[in-house]
Design a protein around this ligand. Structure first.
Ligand SMILES: [Zn+2]
Length: 111
């Protein structure tokens, strides 16, 4: 009986897709990676917004709620997540990014 070995090698059916989950550092919402925006602490120690998710460094994620960005810009959530002091310059960049990309009254419900 050699049928069993053959069956083990070939799995039938679609492989379960692994979707990386991320957590918003402010509201702790969990969701798939692509709905979040990565914030990175670069090797130089600066904090930058990394929409492509490709920059080197320690990353933290924010969801797309304006309120979370506002809180990240004014509170300690990002400092804690990235273990760095977020500069005033970086905080302004966060506010600006939120202004450009998100609506103040939008609770993250897109489409
Ligand atoms: Zn959030």
């Amino acid at each position: 009986m050699t049928q069993e070995t053959g069956a083990r090698q070939r799995r039938k059916g679609p492989r379960p897709k692994h979707v990386p989950m991320r957590t918003c550092v402010v509201c702790r919402t969990k969701d798939a990676k692509r709905t979040f925006v990565r914030i990175v602490r670069t090797p130089q120690g600066t904090v930058e917004i990394d929409p492509t998710g490709k920059k080197n460094g320690r990353g933290a994620y924010l969801c797309t709620r304006f309120a979370c960005w506002e809180r990240a810009a004014s509170g300690p959530a990002l400092d804690r997540a990235l273990r760095v002091e977020v500069t005033e310059e970086a905080r302004q960049a966060l506010r600006h990014y939120a202004d450009v990309h998100f609506r103040r009254d939008d609770e993250g419900a897109s489409h």
